[in-house]
Write a protein that binds this ligand. Sequence first.
Ligand code: SAM
Length: 280
Amino acid sequence: MSAIDTLPPLREVIAAHQLSARKSLGQNFLLDLNLTAKIARQAGDLTTCDVLEIGPGPGGLTRGLLSEGARKVVAVEKDTRCIAALNEIAAAYPDRLQVINGDALEIDPLAYLTPPIRIAANLPYNVGTELLVRWLTPPEWPPFWQSLTLMFQREVAERIVAQPGGKAYGRLAILAQWRAEVRIAMSLPPGAFTPPPKVSSAVVHLTALTKPRYPADAATLSRVVAAAFNQRRKMLRASLKGVAPDIEDRLLAAGIKPTDRAEQIPLEAFCALARNIQKG
Ligand code: SAM
């Protein structure tokens, strides 16, 4: 089901509703509906899922998600100017699009969604990373979502899929790979967006694992990893000094040399360290 809809082209929608892109809201729009349908396909089979879309803007990706057969889309947009344009899409897809005017960092859209739920978004990267970390660190697992299909700056996408040993490896790689299968699904040049951003972008697809790869408490692991990579050039015994007493012994018990640096440490060892710290 990939027929592009019969609504007006996005350039006309933007002109009619005067949706000039605002830098303050990180607005770089996708106007090519073939491309937005292709991004929607990266999210997997949508026909049996509700989709939470954050930051729909004028609705390019929203239209992709609907034309690809999403059972229902709940779209949360902060910019009030976009709501009338989005409501036109809702009228073309009766009962399948619910538009919410609000800040994704503040509202709880769960009340509107029925599982299974997938999330798709092309968001400003700072909001995107903050939401990603929230979606990855609830105390209980599995989470309310099955998969995340998210556009990021290429450099952020590489941090999510990074392996130990490189500069890109850090908090995002660990939190993402601990509880999800991650891959870069698509790369997009700046010219795919209007206006074009300065850097390339990539779509990252994350599938929630049924249980985390290694046992650990989410809050403790987050705290350990944040401290370890906050001073990534320091030896771990120094960067983690304030995190728990007797840190050298705990590092050794987790199989980590206290003189190692954070970027050398695999996920499994960080989880062992978090378990040791939680034990008290
Ligand atoms: N999805 C559209 C597209 O692909 O063309 C728009 C993408 S644009 C990069 C990001 C969108 O997120 C904008 O429409 C912006 O207004 C919206 N946005 C920014 N911060 C937001 C927030 N905190 N909550 C909800 N939407 C937000």
